[in-house]
Design a protein around this ligand. Structure first.
Ligand SMILES: *Cc1c(COP(=O)(O)O)cnc(C)c1O
Length: 230
């Protein structure tokens, strides 16, 4: 059974990598310019180990506690494992997040930015950060509003000295994602940020056309959540 799952995760990874390469080529972009963040949320550590055995090293989780349960041991075994936080971060989890994650993709409000800056100062550990932008201006969703993004980026970078490397977004479920990817790219260009984390299983090829440097893919690698990989 385990071997079957291993083969499926490895085959899914290879297929997704091939689609990323093809999409990168079609977009006229440099080979290797799009990193694959394998999103392992809700999937067991065994599934992550299968991906690691297949040579993958870059992973994303959306909850601090779930990542704490799954990753510290794997990080010891694989020192080159890189872990991204892609879900909302509460200020009372900042200490744990800074200790565990290599990249925090969801910086979206001044209180959180201040807490992150303080924790980094205290510990000397400086995971690079992305600003999450609520490109669809959805009230229930996290992320800074587009018209407040430039000022917030400036505050994080210049006043707080956070290591901001780019932007992240999750477009509204029921809309064409292209205008959202274009908006994120426009904000990154005018603020001089290089990294764009955008695109998931259903829309990553579009995101690559709009300049994604990181695509975050769960279902296409590990299978539907709540069910085993298939
Ligand atoms: C779950 C999740 C993903 C991966 O979504 P899939 O559709 O399974 O590829 C990407 N980004 C974020 C922020 C997520 O929460």
């Amino acid at each position: 059974m385990e071997e079957v799952i291993e083969a499926i995760v490895a085959a899914n990874l290879a297929a997704v990598r091939a689609r990323i390469e093809a999409g990168t080529r079609t977009a006229g972009r440099a080979a290797g310019s799009v990193a694959l963040v394998a999103v392992s949320k809700t999937h067991p550590g065994a599934a992550v180990r299968e991906a690691l055995a297949a040579g993958h090293r870059l992973f994303g989780e959306n909850r601090v506690q779930e990542a704490q349960a799954k990753y510290p041991l794997l990080c010891e075994t694989y020192p080159d494992l890189e872990l991204h936080l892609i879900g909302p971060l509460q200020t009372n989890k900042v200490r744990d997040a800074v200790a565990l994650f290599d990249v925090i993709e969801t910086v979206d409000r001044p209180r959180l930015a201040t807490a992150l800056a303080r924790e980094m100062e205290l510990t000397g550990r400086r995971p690079s950060c992305l600003i999450e932008v609520n490109t669809g201006e959805e009230p229930q969703k996290s992320g800074v509003m587009p018209d407040a993004a430039d000022a917030f980026i400036g505050e994080c970078r210049d006043r707080l000295g956070l290591p901001i490397s780019g932007l992240m977004c999750v477009p509204p479920l029921d809309e064409d994602p292209a205008p959202h990817f274009a908006l994120l790219r426009a904000i990154a260009r005018r603020t001089g940020l290089a990294q764009l984390s955008m695109g998931m299983s259903a829309d990553f090829e579009t995101a690559i056309r709009f300049g994604a440097t990181h695509v975050r893919i769960g279902t296409a690698i590990f299978g539907a959540r709540g069910r085993p990989a298939r």
